[in-house]
Design a protein around this ligand. Structure first.
Ligand SMILES: Cc1cc2nc3c(=O)[nH]c(=O)nc-3n(C[C@H](O)[C@H](O)[C@H](O)COP(=O)(O)O)c2cc1C
Length: 162
C-alpha cells in the first residue's frame, strides 16, 4: 500500500538519493494524451519524476475545437492574461534543479495553463527546459514566448517530441 501511494503521488520524493545529486522533474500538460506519452518517455530518459499539470476543469473535445471562435481553447488563447485553474501544485518543487515543462502547441505557442503552472511555483535558480508535441509546428516559437514572458528565469534546451 505504501509503495502504491508513493508510486502514484505526483512529483513526490520517490527516489532515495544523495542530497547533492541533481534532480529533474518533467511537468506536463496534455489535453488528449500525446504529450503525456512524450512526458513519460522523457522522464524515463532523464530518470526524472513526473508531474501532471491538470486543469481544474478538463478540456472536452468541443473545448479543443480550434475552428470554433467561441470554443474554450480559442477564447483562452486569445486572452494572453487568462490563467486556467490547475488542480494542484508540486509540493516539493524545491527539490528539483532542472524542470522540463511540456505541452501541446496551441496556436503556435504554449497553452495558457503553462503560465498558470509557472506562476504558481518559485522556479528561481532552476534550469527550465521546454518540450512540446504538435501537429507540425516547431517548439522554438513557444520556447521564445516563454523566455520573453519570464526573462528572470534560466531557460535551457527545448525539444519537439512528435
Ligand atoms: C486548440 C488547439 C490548437 C492547436 N494549435 C496547433 C498549432 O498552432 N500548431 C500545431 O502544429 N498543432 C496545433 N495543435 C495540435 C496539437 O498541438 C497536437 O495535436 C498535440 O500533439 C496534442 O497534444 P495532447 O494530446 O497532449 O493534448 C493544436 C491543437 C489544439 C487543440
Amino acid at each position: 500500500m505504501v509503495a502504491v501511494l508513493i508510486g502514484t503521488t505526483a512529483c513526490a520524493q520517490n527516489r532515495k538519493e544523495n542530497k547533492n545529486m541533481k534532480r529533474t522533474l518533467v511537468a506536463y500538460f496534455s489535453a488528449t494524451g500525446t504529450t503525456r506519452a512524450a512526458a513519460q518517455k522523457l522522464a524515463k530518459e532523464k530518470n526524472a519524476d513526473l508531474f501532471e499539470i491538470a486543469p481544474d476543469v478538463p478540456y472536452t473535445s468541443a473545448d479543443l475545437d480550434w475552428r470554433d471562435k467561441q470554443s474554450r481553447s480559442t477564447k483562452e488563447m486569445n486572452d494572453k492574461s487568462f490563467r486556467p485553474a490547475i488542480k494542484g501544485t508540486c509540493p516539493n518543487i524545491a527539490d528539483y534543479d532542472t524542470i522540463w515543462i511540456g505541452f501541446p502547441v496551441w496556436w503556435y505557442t504554449a497553452p495558457t495553463i503553462i503560465n498558470t503552472f509557472i506562476e504558481a511555483h518559485d522556479l528561481s535558480g532552476k534550469t527550465l527546459c521546454v518540450f512540446a508535441t504538435s501537429g507540425g509546428s516547431g517548439v522554438s516559437g513557444s520556447a521564445k514566448d516563454l523566455k520573453n514572458t519570464y526573462p528572470h528565469y534560466t531557460w535551457g534546451e527545448s525539444r519537439l517530441m512528435n
